[in-house]
Design a protein around this ligand. Structure first.
Ligand SMILES: Nc1nc2c(c(=O)[nH]1)N[C@H]1C(S)=C(S)[C@@H](COP(=O)(O)O)O[C@H]1N2
Ligand SMILES: [Mo]
Length: 326
């Protein structure tokens, strides 16, 4: 996998997270400056006025505001990935060698590709390495991830803005949404029949959400390639929405003019809406969303509107009723 930032990748071969943090302190200023510049250049004209600048700054600020990273061991052992099991610990056991199996050709074995199709000028299937290169390489982004089950983590992702991918295929004027689809391969995934969900896992974003500079296609975390349990080799990360929007092991993107079906909305429409914005004021029908358990911490903390990204993304929902559009 081609990644633009050779130095931190090597640094992170060291699994010790404190060492990683120390190295990171030296790296991040330069990396973030570079990403802010790239972001500014790319999104001119695609976003409502004001959003672009706010988002560029956000990337830098949210990455350096001093919140402790969730330890690597927790990020990679406490997961939701129903295709590999419905409890938190099965994915780490059952998906750990998923990327290696794919690469070795034991089952599947072809290089990972993502098809980008639908309402676009240039539909295309990308090899993931090629896509990473065309997107300008992977950069580091530290984001909070807030699961709908009221726990959260802080994760240093490696990835590139989804907007870069969309610009490569040139969305048509009629495109209003992006639909995402995960791999659903019974040779790879042991729990496609046991989860009580329809697979492939599908998700969706409004086009302006998909184009927002915070929306990331992640190929790594803690400076390393994504472990299977975290959605290898490529997954979405939408930090202001509940974790289930961040669909794993993506094989297809489709630009549409109608709102895409989403797995959790299909399974329990009253509990999981299309928007799924983190909102402490709108409780899940069966539990409160007012606070959360940060994995590794003792005391619960209050949940923030849009998971703390309100300054950057609030404008996307101006005038919308966030109780009915949950
Ligand atoms: N394909 C797929 N993607 C998925 C899921 C899943 O079960 N299948 N679970 C979601 C949920 S509920 C959460 S909270 C996040 C968890 O990501 P993490 O394990 O990397 O923390 O992945 C999301 N993406
Ligand atoms: Mo979740």
């Amino acid at each position: 996998m081609l990644i633009k930032k050779p130095e931190p990748i090597r640094a992170a071969e060291i699994t010790d997270e404190q060492t990683y943090l120390n190295r990171r302190t030296f790296m991040r200023a330069g990396v973030l400056a570079a990403s802010a510049v790239a972001t500014g250049a790319l999104y001119k004209g695609l976003l409502p006025p004001g959003t672009e600048e706010a988002a560029g700054e956000a990337v830098a600020r949210k990455s350096v505001d001093g919140e402790a990273l969730t330890p690597y061991a927790d990020v990679t052992s406490y997961n939701n990935f129903y295709e590999f099991g419905t409890d938190k610990y099965s994915p780490a056991r059952r998906a750990r060698d998923f990327p290696a199996r794919m690469a070795a050709g034991v089952s599947g074995g072809e290089p990972w590709t993502i098809a980008v199709e639908g309402l676009v000028q240039r539909p295309r299937t990308f090899d993931l390495d090629e896509l990473t290169r065309l997107a300008g390489g992977a950069e580091e982004r530290v984001y909070r991830l807030r699961c709908v089950e009221a726990w959260s983590m802080v994760i240093p992702w490696l990835g590139f803005p989804l907007a870069k991918v969309l610009s490569l295929v040139e969305p048509l004027g009629s495109a209003r949404y992006v639909a995402f689809e995960s791999l659903a391969d019974p040779r790879q995934m042991p729990n496609l029949r046991g989860a009580g969900l329809d697979f492939p896992y599908v998700e969706g974003l409004r086009l302006d959400e998909a184009l927002h500079p915070l929306t990331l296609l992640a190929t790594g975390l803690y400076g390393k390639a994504l472990p299977g349990q975290n959605g290898a080799p490529v997954r979405l990360v939408v930090p202001w929405k509940y974790g289930y929007k961040s669909i794993k092991s993506i094989v297809r993107l489709r630009l549409t003019d109608t709102q895409p079906t989403t797995t959790w909305n299909l399974s329990a429409p009253r509990e999981y809406g299309f928007y799924s914005n983190v909102n402490p004021e709108v409780d899940h029908p069966r539990w409160s969303q007012a606070n959360e358990r940060r994995i590794g911490e003792l005391f619960r903390r209050p949940t923030e509107m849009f998971n703390g990204y309100a300054d950057e993304v609030g404008a996307l929902y101006a005038g919308m009723n966030l109780r009915t559009n949950y």
